[in-house]
Design a protein around this ligand. Sequence first.
Ligand code: CUA
Length: 310
Amino acid sequence: MDERQHNQIAKWERRWLALSGLMSLTFVILIAYNLATEGTHIAQRTTKASPEQILAQDIFQQPGVRQTGPGTIQVTTVARAFVFQPTDVTVPVDAEVEFILTAADVIHGYQIERTNVNVELIPGEVARLTYTFDDPGTYRITCNEYCGIGHHDMLGTITVLPASQWNALQAGDDVQAQTADDGAVDGAQVYAANCASCHQASGAGIPGAFPPVAGHASALVVDQGRDYLVELMLYGLQGAIEVDGASYDGVMPGWSQLADAQLAAVTNYIATEWDEGVLPDDFAPYDPSEFAEARGQDLSADDVYQRRNE
Ligand code: CUA
């Protein structure tokens, strides 16, 4: 190689080095700009404990929406396979919404469409962030971390109401209970929103992963007594079971955050929708008062399992 060729190559090497240096500088400037002006921030670890300790906190025992002050709202959510609890959240427009989020079992994602909210939820950690919705509407929440067989069905919604509608909705502190209590509750809707992601719209479940409720729920009423379904709904179930020859060893979360009327409606739905003559003719539909009475027993999912096997 003569000297002229050598100089030519060296010249181009310097140009490429300068270009890559310039690109790095541009990216640093863009990141700094986003942090300073676009509300982007780097996640902070605020709590680290065992998932059990975190879930035992009051805010996660009753996850949902709370008004914490004028113009400030707190939303607590527990993500677990394969559901956000609560699934549907309603907040007012222009309020400062503080999200306090955790995962109960495996890593899940919490991404709100059309916003910059995109959080990884890790069992044993609590994620906190605030966001203000500028436009009313419905925003989908998706889990964007593969978490198992029902991952693709792990969805939720945030409904952002105009101030007038929000004020009309709000008479007490517990907004979710407010929405749940007004008027008759459709058990099929409660099922579709909360149960179908695991047990499927058909009620057939997924063999080996989620037991069927079709044909099984009515049998449980007869075999285990009607109180069993009430406790199962409120406190969940954990342990190995067998249904129709297939084995299951998962966790059903308790649904105590739903209102009594919603629980009664959905329990009646699963017991009667796919019943093939198992329920006695004189079966009386579940009443919300049965769920109200069973609250406060403080059972665990394991207690319910022990009861099942008696
Ligand atoms: Cu939860 Cu994917």
